[in-house]
Design a protein around this ligand. Structure first.
Ligand SMILES: NC(=O)c1ccc[n+]([C@@H]2O[C@H](COP(=O)([O-])OP(=O)(O)OC[C@H]3O[C@@H](n4cnc5c(N)ncnc54)[C@H](O)[C@@H]3O)[C@@H](O)[C@H]2O)c1
Length: 475
């Protein structure tokens, strides 16, 4: 099928290459000329595991353009995957979306076949109905039908999620859902079609297909993100209580997560959720309810806990260092999670700002996001491309993203490079036993006082084996 994807961002581009791999002829269109230039040269405009390989592999079935007319010519289905960021009042900013819709209508040629216009962008409930009215108003009611296919991929494993989604949500009337089913058929048939370098998740069984009306599809996306955000804020609140009562949140999460009704995923305490989805989608859902006069108590609390969480790490640094002024602080990890270069709404950004405002000297390292970060950080923040440089002479180290590279850090090597010995692990990704044995270690909701008592012995046990072979020691 001839398919056009509007928007070559994390969702649009990864969806486009997936659809091309499934056998469709795909045109990916974006108004960002620099992005299209890079794609035409065969370069991925952002980091996503497997994307470079898949772009090369699907080159014969993919076209990239910055013009609407050639993008739309003869398309049978058009997926809208433009950004839907957040306005200052929390409402979704749909300007990119409506601009794209208007451009599609302006460019439609009477000679072209009818098409299905599919919302892949996350849009507020009721947007599909508004779109239908707009199409009718402009006389396209018969020629353009609409569908909703909300996206649930996770950045960092977008292609795994595209090829092995837990579910597909196909919203629309019978005819729209039929076309969407045709598009995804190669994913649903046996044998499952996927490149061999994109492996199914361990728990992958089958793709559930949900055929629903458009409003249900639209709300499902917001509900999914709100629920996941709630799990994170819940465990963070429990972690904050664990710190008050001397319990260990990781073990608490293991205990409650063993209950299949709860599940262990998304129960890792830390500095809060970030990224381009959870913050804006929880705000958008709250706004949607607010304007209808419904007080979303639970969701408001989820947002409130998350807004406070990054600052708790700053307080820990402040207390451990006896003040932040003139202290040298090494921050490891800038992105909101590992395996992505996306810095949108990353908790690292407010943390860095408050440290700088408090007079600290901040040095940062991130395995892939440093270039993107430079323009976003206060000027006096030092971006280090070598981990050792970031650690050198630091009074304190804080982990902000649980990149695997940091999880393998050797406390002895770290201690040797640093001037001080304060370690605040904002993601609970270091070994508390090892670090508490050598440094003044604090995690999130960890019972480090009891760890400190027992850690010397357990650290010695651990050192007896080969572990830890560390990044620094190996390099
Ligand atoms: N990023 C995720 O993990 C994720 C997951 C699920 C759903 N979503 C949703 O998918 C949508 C896209 O998210 P994203 O992260 O890919 O955004 P993005 O910002 O990475 O990409 C959006 C792209 O659209 C392009 N664009 C903007 N206006 C345009 C227009 N009028 N015509 C053509 N192109 C235009 C931009 O240049 C950009 O390249 C959002 O609604 C988001 O909420 C995102």
């Amino acid at each position: 099928m001839k398919i056009t994807v509007i928007g070559a961002g994390y969702v649009g581009l990864t969806s486009a290459v997936t659809l091309a791999y499934l056998g469709h002829q795909v045109t990916c269109m974006d108004t960002d000329l620099a992005k299209i230039d890079r794609l035409v040269r065969g370069e991925a405009p952002f980091y996503e595991p497997g994307l470079d390989e898949l772009l090369a592999e699907t080159a014969g079935s993919m076209r990239f353009t910055a013009d609407y007319r050639p993008a739309l010519a003869d398309a049978r289905a058009v997926f809208l995957a433009v950004g839907t960021p957040q306005n200052a009042n929390g409402s979704p900013d749909l300007s990119q979306y409506w601009k794209a819709v208007d451009m599609i209508m302006d460019c439609m040629d009477p000679a072209w076949a009818a098409l299905l216009l599919v919302n892949k962008s996350t849009v507020p409930v009721g947007t599909g109905d508004k779109l239908k009215k707009r199409l009718h108003f402009r006389g396209f009611g018969q020629r353009i039908e609409i569908g909703s296919n909300p996206e649930f991929l996770r950045q960092g494993s977008a292609l795994v999620d595209n090829f092995f989604p837990s579910r597909l949500v196909l919203g629309g009337d019978n005819s729209a859902r039929h076309t969407l089913l045709q598009i995804y058929r190669p994913l649903l048939n046996e044998p499952h079609l996927a490149p061999d370098y994109i492996r199914p998740p361990a728990n992958f069984k089958k793709i559930e297909v949900f055929q629903v009306d458009i409003r249900t599809a639209e709300l499902s996306k917001y509900a999914a993100n709100a629920f996941l955000a709630m799990k994170i804020s819940f465990i963070n609140e429990m972690a904050n209580i664990a710190e008050l009562v001397g319990a260990d949140i990781t073990r608490v999460a293991d205990v409650i997560g063993a209950d299949p009704r709860i599940g262990r995923l998304f129960l890792n305490a830390g500095i809060g959720y970030g990224g381009s989805c959870f913050p804006k989608d929880t705000q958008a859902l709250k706004y949607l309810a607010d304007v209808r006069g419904y007080d979303v108590t639970l969701l408001s609390a989820v947002i409130h806990v998350n807004n406070q969480q990054p600052y708790r790490l700053v307080t820990k640094l402040d207390q451990a260092l006896g003040g932040l002024e003139d202290k040298s602080i090494c921050l490891l990890g800038l992105t909101f999670k590992p395996e992505t270069d996306d810095l949108r709404e990353a908790p690292s950004l407010p943390i860095i700002q408050i440290l700088v405002d408090s007079g600290a000297y901040v040095r940062v390292h991130d395995p892939i996001a440093l270039d993107k970060a430079r323009g976003l950080l206060p000027q006096n923040v030092v971006c280090c491309s070598e981990l050792e440089d970031a650690l050198q002479g630091a009074d304190a180290l804080a982990i902000l993203t649980e990149w695997p590279l940091y999880q393998r850090l050797d406390p002895l090597a770290v201690k040797k490079l640093m001037r001080g010995n304060v370690v605040v692990d904002g993601r609970n990704c270091l070994s508390p036993d090892l670090f508490a044995a050598h440094m003044q270690y604090t995690g999130v909701g960890l019972n480090t006082s009891s760890q400190a008592k027992t850690s010397e012995a357990s650290a010695q046990d651990l050192y007896r084996g080969e572990y830890p072979l560390t990044y620094i020691a190996q390099s």
